[in-house]
Design a binder for this molecule. Structure first.
Ligand code: GDP
Length: 479
């Protein structure tokens, strides 16, 4: 836990110069951008007569505690639907077809925009929310981050094909999540369509559709002709009724991040799906390791909205950073709470990664390789100012090591160290070696957050020497 002098002063609402002076009196020489450890910060805080509050797990839980909603406060909410199935069986086409036939376009030109989710109204008046991100990766990564967003899975199987590996995968995902399925037998317009084969195929995976006297609804559809689409939507509405989905619109919002990106013009933008409560413009929130204040919201039709209730997808502006899909957003009562929780989580995540042996410094890598007899491999990332240097470094790296130890250059390139580099390094537990290049600000921040080591060199020899030292450390460890 560390904090910059400037940030500390800012939080105490004291002048930076006074804090620096006070630090000096304690024998700590620090400029405003330097960080000081938590214990020193605590002494300073007391020195200025403020109260020290350190955030803990308990505090986080208290702030975002789930107050049980009483039965009376619960109102029906639309189901959230995810479309899954094998590649090319028509997930995207189906999502597009449903959107095109059912979304009442907004007044302003009627251009629907992609925000990762959309809502439709069926002919019988039921509202359904679709996650516009087909693919199992999204589904599982959201689930692994604690956001169970999907209420109903539509399993798409092409009628001219059969149950395929990803169909089976989708069935497993839905079952593991305890989410009911509806089977959409797509491409029924094709001459080669054989829906009966699909139904019998599914039997082998313990999916017994209604036509086979089971209880899983099945609908024959064509994303191309539109046949069966209304029927499919009514089937979803019926399933939703059985589930009796409810939420309490009259409480501070909890929402799940569907998609998030850094928009050049607008800053960090997240599409969230409200799970409970109502999200309002001006709300202060924490979302994963980020926090913010709802500056503006847009719905799936690109219209500005002031509030979003349960199961409504909206794009949110006003974040301090980009959260990850599956992160949960909670409205807090104060900005201090929101940022403290965000910072606390970032710190906990960082500590965890360090503890888990996400070896990202050379020294840690050596230690890890020592511990693990089989792995004597140093992964590194190289960024250099010109192609020639990058190649020279990679060649030198390849010469280091022997049968027992080896340097693996995961990636090398020319130019500044970017967030993408940091992401790759983090995923592989590798340090980044920069030769005559620097990391840009966002890469530095991310590296700090994720605990990725970045080393800078201006002499190739020094760089090679450091890596050699690490490698020979491995070798001597094996003797
Ligand atoms: P995804 O990979 O599951 O998202 O599948 P796509 O939606 O990309 O569809 C794969 C291919 O099947 C595309 O060439 C579509 O045009 C075609 N396709 C999708 N639905 C239908 C359908 O109902 N009928 C016919 N004939 N072709 C379809």
């Amino acid at each position: 836990e560390a904090i910059t002098v400037a940030e500390l002063a800012n939080r105490m609402a004291e002048r930076v110069a006074d804090v620096v002076k006070s630090l000096m009196q304690m024998g700590v020489m620090a400029t405003q951008n330097q960080t000081i450890d938590a214990d020193t910060a605590e002494l300073i805080i007391e020195e200025f007569g403020h109260k020290v509050t350190r955030v803990s797990d308990a505090d986080v839980e208290q702030v975002i505690e789930q107050v049980e909603d009483s039965e009376d406060d619960l109102k029906p909410r639309p189901p959230v639907v995810t479309i899954m199935g094998h590649v090319d069986h028509g997930k995207t086409s189906l999502l597009d077809a449903i959107r095109n036939t059912k979304v009442v376009t907004g007044e302003a030109g009627g251009i629907t925009q992609h925000i990762g989710a959309y809502q439709v109204t069926t002919d019988s008046g039921a509202v359904l929310s679709f996650l516009d991100t087909p693919g199992h990766a999204a589904f599982t990564s959201m689930r692994s981050r604690g956001a169970q967003v999907t209420d109903i899975v539509v399993l798409v199987v092409a009628a001219d094909d059969a149950v395929m590996p990803q169909t089976v995968e989708a069935i497993s995902h839905a079952k593991a999540a305890g989410v009911p399925m509806i089977v959409a037998i797509n491409k029924i317009d094709k001459p080669a369509a054989n829906p009966t084969k699909v139904r019998t195929d599914l039997l082998q995976h313990e999916v017994v559709v209604e036509q086979m006297s089971g209880d899983v609804q099945d609908v024959e559809v064509s994303a191309h002709t539109g046949q069966g689409l209304d029927e499919l939507l009514e089937a979803i509405a019926l399933q939703a009724e059985i589930l009796e989905l409810k939420a309490n619109p009259d409480r501070p919002a909890q929402a799940a991040v569907i998609e998030a990106k850094l928009d050049v013009g607008r800053g960090p933008v997240a599409t969230v799906l409200v799970q409970n409560g109502t999200l309002r413009q001006g709300d202060i929130f924490v979302v994963g390791e980020q926090w913010g204040k709802v500056r503006a919201m847009e719905n799936d039709r690109g219209e500005r909205v002031k509030e979003a209730g349960p199961s409504v997808p909206v794009e949110v502006l006003g974040l301090n950073g980009t959260p990850e899909a599956g992160d949960v957003l909670n409205v807090t009562s104060t900005e201090a709470q929101a940022r403290e929780i965000a910072e606390y989580r970032a710190q906990v995540a960082k500590d965890k990664r360090a503890a888990a042996g996400a070896a990202t410094t050379l020294d840690q890598l050596m230690q890890k390789a020592k511990d693990d007899q089989n792995v004597a491999e140093l992964p590194i990332l190289v960024k250099a100012d010109v192609q020639g240097s990058a190649e020279a470094i990679v060649q030198a790296m390849e010469k280091i090591g022997n049968d027992e130890v080896r340097v693996r250059v995961l990636h090398y390139g020319v130019g500044a160290i970017t967030e993408t580099d940091v992401g790759l390094a983090e995923a592989s537990g590798a340090p980044i070696m920069g030769f005559n290049v620097r990391a840009n600000a966002s890469a530095r921040n991310t590296a700090n957050q994720k605990g990725v080591e970045i080393r800078y060199y201006s002499v190739i020899y020094d760089l090679v020497d450091d890596v050699k030292a690490a490698a020979s450390g491995l070798l001597s460890a094996e003797v």
